[in-house]
Design a protein around this ligand. Structure first.
Ligand code: DC
Length: 225
């Protein structure tokens, strides 16, 4: 089968990363989690004590920081300047701040270049918010994954609780809604379904069902490109 470029976009908690990771494994492709990149920069902003409002300092940081995604056996590692921040980028503090950092023009430009470079050989599944619209507009397969806000909040709740965070479902619901709003209304590369993306609502679908649906789309696409 021809090696495709697969773009998966959608709001927070729609199941993008789980689905994208499984899909990449099934296709033997590279998985690229672009949200992890924005989270990694946000983590650096926090650990360097920069103000999230200091656009200039954040732009400078984005230009010099070195972000790597390492796919080792079964686990995806995120490194910032060689430091493993895989766990640290998933804290509620980073989640709250990331949409603001992801609005910075230079941050987006630096990430765009890195993401395009990583996808240049094909055989990739990349997930995010603006992959099908902006980063990889020529991707052969574009999926827009969504689910109800209740379902997405519930998924995050279980995920964070399993990691030992004290979280409340109602707070998460509000936080996710706020994050969606910020991501969808920002002027640069907002979260929006690409005109040629296939919409998949995962509210009442099991992960495996979603993966199978996308695999079928990939097979169909590969047979005609
Ligand atoms: O998918 P995630 O929750 O890990 O993404 C974290 C944040 O990064 C999200 O609030 C929006 C931002 N993001 C983005 O602006 N563009 C992307 N391609 C991926 C993520």
């Amino acid at each position: 089968m021809k090696k495709l470029v697969v773009a998966i976009d959608g709001p927070a908690g729609a199941g993008k990363s789980t689905v994208a990771r499984m899909l990449a494994k099934r296709l033997n492709y590279i998985y690229i989690d672009t949200g992890a990149m924005y989270r990694a920069i946000t983590f650096e902003v926090i650990s360097k004590g920069l103000s999230p409002k200091d656009d200039e300092a954040i732009a400078k940081l984005a230009q010099k920081v070195h972000i790597e995604l390492k796919n080792t056996e079964g686990a995806a590692m995120v490194l910032v300047d060689g430091k493993n921040v895989t766990e640290e980028i998933r804290t509620p503090e980073v989640s709250r701040l990331v949409p603001e950092i992801a609005q910075n023009r230079e941050v987006r430009q630096a990430m765009l270049l890195l993401q395009r470079r990583l996808a240049s050989q094909g055989g990739v599944v990349m997930d995010g918010r603006d992959i099908g619209t902006n980063v990889l507009p020529n991707a052969e397969v574009k999926i827009f994954l969504t689910a109800s806000i209740e379902e997405r909040a519930q998924r995050r709740y279980l995920e964070l609780k399993a990691k030992g965070f004290a979280v409340h479902l109602e707070d998460l619901k509000q936080e996710i809604a706020a994050r969606d709003k910020q991501d969808s209304e920002r002027p640069i590369a907002p979260l929006v379904q690409a005109a040629d993306a296939k919409l998949l609502d995962t509210t009442s679908l099991a992960i495996l069902e979603v993966v199978t649906k996308i695999l079928n789309i990939c097979e169909e696409r590969a047979s005609i490109v």
